[in-house]
Design a protein around this ligand. Structure first.
Ligand SMILES: [Fe+2]
Ligand SMILES: [Fe+2]
Length: 211
């Protein structure tokens, strides 16, 4: 039975084609632009996965699904998350946009029947990353930044692509470190982002030291 948090949604069923299912779901909620963004992220994630040796299928599916929670308006996201039993952190309370990553994970599982925990994990941390991130987490995180959901070319794109030549972890770190340098201007700093920043800087330093 479908959870009451999803009652307001028009869920249209599954065909087994993730891209089509996500696109028609988002379009039926008037989210055509998000649908396009999700398709681009899915394709980018697949390409990145092939490049860095992650699972292309999983990366693609996670990319398609990562923003499905956009169907919930910002002001209803925290309530929806809470009713699904998702922990809402104080930072998410203050800035509900960030809860959408956890909400997308729940929807991927409950509505789109994704039960692969590595895919669910990548969806869940696509905005902030998290500590002990997997290669797949990093692939989807970086794919989302490359195919961003705003107009024009992302200001950080050149640097991200340069770092990508070193490794996907360097690229993920470069993006996070950029945010970190501007942290005074951010509304909130999500604890997962803080932990990812700390841990990746250690991981990358350790790598450099051992070379
Ligand atoms: Fe997102
Ligand atoms: Fe996104």
């Amino acid at each position: 039975m479908m959870h009451t948090a999803y009652e307001e949604l028009r869920f249209i069923g599954l065909t087994g084609n993730w891209r089509e299912d996500v696109v028609s779901f988002l379009q039926s909620h008037g989210m055509g632009e998000t649908a396009e963004h999700c398709v681009r992220v899915g394709q980018e994630a697949r390409a990145l996965a092939i490049q860095v040796g992650a699972d292309p299928e999983k990366a693609e599916i996670a990319g398609y699904l990562h923003d499905v929670s956009a169907v919930f308006p910002n002001e209803r996201r925290n309530a929806a998350a809470r009713s699904l039993g998702i922990e809402v952190l104080p930072e998410e309370e203050t800035f509900p946009m960030i809860i959408h990553q956890k909400l997308s994970r729940a929807m991927a599982e409950d509505l789109f029947q994704i039960h692969d925990t590595s895919i669910l994990s990548a969806i869940e941390c696509h905005t902030t990353l998290k500590k002990q991130s997997s290669l797949l987490d990093q692939v989807v995180f970086v794919a989302d930044k490359i195919s961003w959901d705003q107009q024009g070319i992302p200001p950080y794109l050149q640097k991200l692509k340069m770092e990508l030549e070193r490794s996907i972890t360097h690229a993920a770190y470069a993006y996070i470190d950029d945010l970190w340098q501007k942290k005074e201007q951010l509304r909130v700093i999500h604890p997962w982002l803080r932990e990812a920043h700390e841990e990746l800087s250690e991981r990358l330093n350790t790598q450099i030291d051992s070379q």
